[in-house]
Write a protein that binds this ligand. Structure first.
Ligand code: KG4
Ligand code: ZN
Length: 337
């Protein structure tokens, strides 16, 4: 089964072709126009600019995939929810037009389920061991899901999988928090990767210390807004005392901030792993590109749960927003019907 997939929920105009041969999902093509440079001067994504750019670029990206290729697909899938309404509508309009012109079925996909199953791209489905616990952490979402292969009543059904949201952030997502803290410290959007780079030069036992928000609380909830406020408060205190924000201090703040976020996310994920007796742990979404997050989980897993498999998407591009994951989530939904 072959699908043409379109993703325009935020700042990437992404189009892909995904193939499924009953064993493995392969990505035949994946092209995108990234708007990062267009939003950088504003310090974050500007919704109005995002939707105009999707409108300007989408046909060019589809042309590069090749209109002839669309004739051969079995279905067309498109992200319809959640995120920026003006951006989503561009993808939806183009997808419905193509579906109508080429007389192909059109399937609406939830963006988060795309991230959730992005780990299956280029990976054999037979490799999976259930139950799975998944952390999807991105610029707009931060959720923990449990995926089982047997029915539970309240779970959403996907093919042979059953998925259930265990918990989500009460305010900001982790990626959003990385971006906002990076902006407070020095610079341009997006900030996740830059925090990681600065943190590598920071010291473990500096005077900078942040609370691990909600870590002592039972349950799986996160509050990244609170985490971000601690940095903002520290910067105000430094300013009052006329303490210069040196490169060394920036690196120490980045280090401690990243440790605090990573520790909370991984320890909550482990809590879910214990509660659901998981065999596999997945990290998905843009924040799963963070090497420290994976390293922390892998070293914890090696010591405390050697039987458990820890996975993240096969390629960095599958962690970030991309159309291939939308092609995949769509196939899963269709197969279930
Ligand atoms: O999945 P994604 O491309 O888009 C959304 O669905 O939001 O994720 C983008 C987010 C941004 O907030 C970015 O700062 C964050 O992922 N990110 C990272 C890293 N690379 C990207 N966060 C932490 N560490 C990284 N290395
Ligand atoms: Zn996303």
């Amino acid at each position: 089964m072959k699908t043409l997939a379109i993703e325009t929920s935020c700042d990437d105009t992404s189009v892909g072709i995904v193939n499924f041969d009953s064993q493995i999902f392969t990505v035949d093509a994946l092209l995108a126009y990234s708007q990062i440079q267009d939003h950088q001067q504003y310090g974050g994504v500007v919704p109005e600019i995002a939707s105009r750019l999707h409108y300007d670029k989408i046909l060019e990206v589809i042309k590069n995939i090749g209109f002839d290729t669309i004739k051969d697909v079995d279905f067309i899938s498109v992200t319809v929810h959640p995120w920026l309404p003006g951006s989503l509508v561009v993808g939806k309009a183009v997808a419905s037009l193509l579906a109508s012109y080429f007389t192909k079925p059109l399937v609406h996909v939830n963006h988060i389920y795309g991230h959730l199953f992005s780990l299956l791209l280029d990976r054999k489905t037979s490799e999976l061991q259930f139950p799975l616990v998944v952390l999807t952490a991105s610029g707009g979402h931060n959720d923990i899901y449990v995926v089982t292969d047997s029915a539970t009543e309240e779970a959403h059904q996907f093919w042979w999988y059953r998925i259930k949201k265990v918990w989500y952030t009460l305010d900001d997502a982790a990626g959003e928090c990385f971006d906002k803290v990076a902006r407070m410290l020095w610079g341009p959007y997006p900030g996740g990767q830059r925090i990681l780079e600065k943190a590598l030069q920071g010291k473990p036992n500096s005077d900078v210390e942040f609370k691990r928000i909600f870590l002592s609380k039972e349950g799986f909830e996160f509050s990244f807004s609170w985490m971000k406020s601690q940095v903002s408060f520290l910067l105000k205190q430094l300013e009052k005392k006329w303490t210069p924000l040196t490169e060394e201090l920036i690196c120490d703040i980045a280090y401690e901030f990243q440790e605090a976020v990573v520790e909370v996310m991984i320890k909550k994920l482990i809590r879910a792993w214990i509660a659901f007796d998981a065999k596999t742990l997945w990290l998905a979404g843009g924040v799963s590109c963070n090497d420290r997050l994976r390293e922390y989980l892998q070293s914890y897993a090696k010591e405390k749960m050697p039987e458990t498999v820890v996975l993240r998407p096969m390629k960095k591009v599958y962690s970030m927003d991309n159309a291939a994951m939308i092609g995949l989530a769509w196939i899963l939904e269709f197969t279930n019907k």
